[in-house]
Design a protein around this ligand. Structure first.
Ligand SMILES: CC(C)(COP(=O)(O)OP(=O)(O)OC[C@H]1O[C@@H](n2cnc3c(N)ncnc32)[C@H](O)[C@@H]1OP(=O)(O)O)[C@@H](O)C(=O)NCCC(=O)NCCS
Length: 392
């Protein structure tokens, strides 16, 4: 087997998916994807776009402006037609799946250089837009239980997650993300991008729009559930609707050495898993359990962990069931630079984004750790987990 090493990873800042308030309301999702495509080649000038063996792009909703977005953004960037692209989806884990498939193509010797990416604009292509559910699904599931919010409420109920624990998690997620931004920790991954302020004036954006430097616990406590009368999941304890793109450059170790490129981490193992769609947020539990079983590792072997915060309820349920950290925030090694509750969760982008952030966390904060892990849930019970390893 070849080794698949990570050469680089970049992302846009995440903007709020809002017609009037979103910093990137004037930018299309394909343009965001072009930004990260171009940044990868600008930052790695020994790699020629025409030498790529393939481009895999995860996106949850491949319709409208996002229809075959991987290919169309590639062509719209003037990149070589000879390179094959593949836009793929399995909802939120899509960006992780793109990376996993790219790494496996390299490991089996069928590719030398691959680009894996993720993108989503939840304002221009809203969640569920153009969805047409198979009526037969209603034989098995109640349609009202399948949207994301109700699944987060159900997880809170089944796993007995207290409202105050969720609010506390959101406070810490914002605090950690704000501190990480202030300390410049995201500088290696974020490509600054021109956006618009509230008045429509151009401004250079270097930071994720939703991250709150200060949270107001009293205001959060007073917020009503967004999804159910008397429910417990609010806008503060849900990942916000966002827009963003992310890309990772992967290469066989042999090719990277040939080109004289620097690398620090490689792909080790990844799994897909599934769960009951009405509690889709617990997907990381079977995914991480499978990953541990297959690799023989235990939580004690892992350094930092990126666990996507789709909702505070599902993250807390996963952390507790998997016993990978404290029962409550602040966490010791999960999402140490904050999570999606603050950074945002542009669906198909997040699986790639948490990997890029994980690689930066490992390099800067955990240089002696051998392993880092990322995991996330997805709509309708999709889930993924990936292990990355320090290169000797
Ligand atoms: C929860 C949800 C419905 C809320 O959407 P919304 O009603 O449009 O609300 P917003 O996100 O705009 O937030 C509402 C208000 O609460 C405020 N708010 C949000 N978090 C807050 C916090 N931590 N503290 C204080 N105020 C907060 C917002 O700032 C906003 O006020 P503003 O417009 O004055 O700025 C939406 O974010 C959502 O659906 N999230 C989940 C997405 C999802 O399912 N992803 C897939 C997961 S698998």
């Amino acid at each position: 087997m070849e080794e698949a090493v990570f050469i680089d990873g970049v992302r846009t800042p995440n903007g709020r998916a809002h017609k009037e308030k979103g910093w990137f309301r004037n930018i299309r999702p394909d343009e965001m994807l072009s930004v990260v495509y171009e940044a990868i080649f600008n930052r790695n000038n020994k790699v020629k776009p025409e030498d790529l063996d393939g481009v895999l792009v995860g996106c949850a909703n491949l319709s409208g402006m996002q229809n075959d977005i991987g290919r169309l953004a590639w062509l719209a960037s003037g990149l070589p037609v000879s390179v094959g692209t593949n836009s793929i989806t399995n909802q939120c884990p899509s960006g992780m799946m793109a990376t996993m498939h790219a790494a496996r193509a390299i490991m089996t010797g069928q590719a030398d250089i691959m680009l894996a990416a993720g993108v989503e604009d939840m304002e221009k292509v809203p969640m569920g837009a153009n969805m047409n559910f198979p009526p037969r699904i209603l034989k098995y599931w109640n349609g009202a239980d399948l949207p994301m919010g109700p699944t987060a409420e159900k997880v809170a109920e089944v796993y007995k997650i207290a409202r105050e624990d969720m609010d506390n998690m959101a406070i810490w997620s914002n605090k950690k993300a704000s501190e990480a931004h202030k300390a410049g920790k995201f500088k290696n991954e974020i490509i600054p991008l021109k956006g618009l302020d509230d008045n429509g004036n151009e401004m250079m954006v270097e930071k994720d729009q939703w991250v709150r430097d200060k949270t107001d616990p009293e205001k959060m406590k007073a917020m009503q559930s967004s999804f159910k009368p008397g429910g417990v999941v609010t806008a503060a304890t849900s990942s916000p609707l966002t827009q963003g793109a992310c890309a990772l450059l992967l290469m066989s170790r042999k090719k990277a050495d040939e080109l004289g490129l620097e690398y620090h981490y490689k792909f080790n193992y990844a799994v897909m898993a599934g769960c009951d769609p009405t509690v889709m947020g617990i997907g990381p539990i079977p995914a991480v359990q499978k990953l541990f079983k297959r690799t023989g590792l235990t939580p004690a072997d892992i350094g930092p962990i990126e666990l996507n915060e789709a909702f505070a309820s599902q993250s807390l349920a996963c952390i507790r069931e998997l016993k990978i950290d404290n029962e409550n925030a602040p966490f010791k090694r999960v999402n140490v630079w904050g999570g999606a509750l603050a950074i945002g969760h542009p669906l198909g982008q997040s699986g790639a984004r948490i990997l890029v952030t994980l690689l930066n966390i490992l390099k800067t904060d955990y240089p002696n750790e051998k392993y880092g892990m990322a995991a996330l849930c997805g709509a309708f019970g999709n889930a993924g987990a990936m292990l990355v390893e320090k290169v000797k």
